[in-house]
Ligand binder design. Sequence first.
Ligand code: EPU
Length: 441
Amino acid sequence: MEQKQVFIINGGKRLSGEVAIRGAKNGGLKLMAASLLFEHPVRFTNVPDIADITTMQKLLESIGVMTTKTGDALSIDARKLNATHPSNELVKRMRASIIIIGPLLARLKKARIVYPGGCVIGKRPIDFFINGFKTLGAEVRETNKLTREIYSFSLKENRGGEIFLPFPSVTATETFIMAAALASGKTIIKNAACEPEIVSLAEFLQKGGARIEGAGTNTITIEGTHGKLLALKKKNSIPVIPDRIETGSFAILASLLGDPLRINNCNPNHIESLLLILEAAGASIKKGDTWLEIKAPEKLTAVDITTGPYPNLATDLQAPLSVLLTQSHGRSLIFETIWEGRLNYLEELKRMGANVIVCDPHRAIIEGPTQLEGKKMESPDLRAGLAFVIAGLVAKGTSVIHNVYHIDRGYERIEERLKAVGADIRRADESILRADDNLKL
Ligand code: EPU
């Protein structure tokens, strides 16, 4: 069995120099699924080297698709797609697996999927997918009625239709775009999500001949190709857009410890709401088209934050931002509107010395500043895991973060990139902790 790993962090160091942002996890995963709609192999670049991308590669391979990763390039050849039921084990590893229903229905008119897993951050229902596909004429069956575990979707005719999403769900919007791209009619998605990853997906499909209008707004119209597979006119590689959550996380870190810190290969326009908050907190921010330079202020000021669908503050940035609020002067209110299980990590920040009151599953108050003390922590999910890394970098003393596999799902070799800008962080096998008497936490 693979050895479990931890991060060991000695906090308090200022950070300076440059860090390059990698391709977006939640962008790359969707492009990979969308390559099922192409009649030829597709090549992507700027693909991050993270566990979720590997899981999606294996998932695609479980239905007959060939994938090849060389450095940051990934080729996907779906010409031999031959199955409608991706591996249960892989689907359970990652919520994003659900999007595979879209291209499978477009290509084979059938999809069978186990209830997807992923980070435990809330209920994560799939009713929008079930109801939306029913509206598009699909028959949806729960194959195992008792456990409600396996869902079968089948379409007699992929004719399109009109869907109103009860909430602008990111993956539901993407799944319906992919299902509609090859339909024999028009699909309109109302109350669609507007995230940059959706625009990137639509642009990729458009390059292959799909007719999509309105991506990036809340009404998206797709005129299907009547079953004709997509083909790129120029066989160029398609770059994955920069990860806006990674960009935002480094921007938060720089606002705490930047001396200054320059963030390259990013798109500052994708985190405008966060930058407003950081400026209000006192950070000094310079920016260009593809970079940011941020210096931490002498004194951070409290700010109220509310997460919401794009272009509002991303829920995936809420946990790292809370660490900043523990260092800000005054009282801040956190209102997490998307997930009801995404404030649990605050208990760990309290143990580190933060002054936090959790009001209900969606709201918390942080009173700052407080000196955080290094502690031993279990990373509960990807984004809270990164928040603990940031907290460890800010804290006095040593922190040990367990379950780093959660962090590796979404951030490529984060410790190496942090070390390069002055952080004292290292990765170690868990067994070292038993051997190292200096790590009494
Ligand atoms: N919802 C339903 N029913 C559904 C689908 C969604 O009620 O069938 C609700 C959810 O419970 C939630 C809201 O709609 O309250 C929004 O969820 P959404 O569907 O937009 O989330 P998602 O598509 O599952 C993506 C990202 C998440 C990110 C959210 C919100 C991917 C693969 N995941 O999830 O990213 O938090 O959008 O922006 O794109 C992460 O990367 O760590 C992560 C969790």
